[in-house]
Design a protein around this ligand. Structure first.
Ligand SMILES: NC(=O)c1ccc[n+]([C@@H]2O[C@H](COP(=O)([O-])OP(=O)(O)OC[C@H]3O[C@@H](n4cnc5c(N)ncnc54)[C@H](O)[C@@H]3O)[C@@H](O)[C@H]2O)c1
Length: 345
């Protein structure tokens, strides 16, 4: 069995809570190196998982024994680090959002094509068991044709999650986060809707703003902390999408789909992650694993899927194109909110 040697670039929360433990749990992987431009963050993970704290990204990319890298850095660096890694012949698992601009995502796709290496994006919602079951139920006609939906992703904000737990978070910076809560959370939910409905969003209208978060100077942050949207798919499904960094007290990761024959609820009930309520009065509950939340980090499935692709030479289940499409939707959502009109994709 070939061992895949991996390096993790960016050693903050997503590296600590998902990438490092999930690589470490995969028997086909050896974690060879960590790099963070705050070296003590890399060293902390070396102490737990082994490998070495690399002195630079260049030293990782120049190491012929490293097969793959996870890009777990802040949003504005994804494009450059990923393109460099692909050009150096590494397979790349890049965290979401794929990039902070559509042009950046296209440059990454081009580098992926030219290198022949795998470029996968960390949209983990597709891998959650409840979402996999929900897609199967929709496909099998359990609630009939889906007519409308509502999907929500909200929590108390990245300053409670990321390595730096203060208003000084890069997530609040226009230059570094770029997309705010819309990009941070919406990218997951739009990817999920595309996955569940096997349909594309065609029209989008939105309102957004910085309602409550303040920066280090006490001023409203320069990116949105809330975004509420209405979408219409190519297939004619209407939906609402609510994204928030100000759901204090409890995370909401729910999606409810209303079909011709009933309702499918996902993560709307604490005991049963998936519920079907049919128009004939019958219902069914599915007791399956919950999703990873900021407070409950279970196996995301993303890392194992990436490793499988490398070992088996398979196409990634979340492609760079999937990352690009969701990013285009986020850009359209922000444009719709800025210009107070609906945007057609
Ligand atoms: N898939 C998910 O559910 C999920 C969840 C959280 C975060 N993320 C994504 O993961 C990425 C990281 O988020 P986080 O929450 O871990 O943030 P974080 O601030 O906790 O960690 C980011 C780390 O990257 C380091 N870094 C930044 N630029 C670097 C560079 N050029 N070279 C080396 N290190 C660099 C920082 O020093 C920091 O330690 C973000 O893009 C975020 O959107 C994804």
């Amino acid at each position: 069995m070939k061992t895949i040697r991996v390096a993790i670039i960016g050693c903050g929360s997503i590296a600590e809570f998902r990438h490092a433990p999930e690589y470490a749990a995969n028997e086909q992987v050896e974690i060879a190196a960590f790099f963070d431009h705050n070296p003590e963050r890399a060293e902390r993970l070396v102490d737990v998982y082994g490998g070495r704290a690399a002195p630079s990204i260049a030293s990782i990319l120049a190491d012929p024994d490293i097969d793959a890298v996870s890009v777990c850095t802040s949003n504005e660096t994804h494009e450059e680090v990923t393109v460099d890694a692909l050009q150096a012949g590494k397979h790349v698992l890049c965290e979401k959002p794929i990039a902070t601009s559509v042009e950046g995502a296209r440059a990454m796709m081009k580098a992926g094509r030219e290198s022949g290496r795998i470029l996968m994006v960390g949209h983990n919602q597709r891998f959650s068991e409840a979402h996999v079951v929900a897609r199967r139920l929709i496909e099998s006609g359990e609630i009939g044709k889906v007519l409308t939906f509502q999907t929500t992703f909200g929590h108390s904000g990245p300053e409670h999650w990321a390595f730096v737990k203060s208003t000084d978070s890069w997530f609040f910076s226009k230059e570094r986060s770029v997309l705010g809560a819309a990009g941070d959370l919406g990218i997951h939910k739009l990817d999920l809707i595309r996955y569940l409905l096997e349909d594309e969003i065609a029209d989008i209208a939105a309102f957004g703003g910085a309602l409550h978060k303040t920066d280090a100077d006490g001023e409203p942050i320069a990116v949105n902390d809330n975004m509420v949207c209405i979408v219409k798919t190519e297939g004619g499904v209407l939906g609402t999408v609510a994204l928030s960094w100000t759901y204090y007290g409890e995370e909401d990761n729910s999606t409810v789909l209303y079909g011709e024959k009933g309702i499918l609820k996902i993560f709307a009930n604490e005991t049963f992650p998936v519920q079907v309520k049919r128009s004939d009065g019958t219902s069914r509950e599915y007791e399956i694993e919950g999703i990873q939340t900021n407070d409950n980090q279970t196996d995301s499935g993303v890392i194992n899927a990436f490793v499988d692709c490398i070992v088996e030479g398979k196409k990634p289940p979340v492609s760079a194109r999937d990352g690009l499409v969701s990013l285009k939707l986020i850009e359209a959502m922000m444009k719709a909110a800025d210009e107070r009109r609906s945007v057609r994709l």
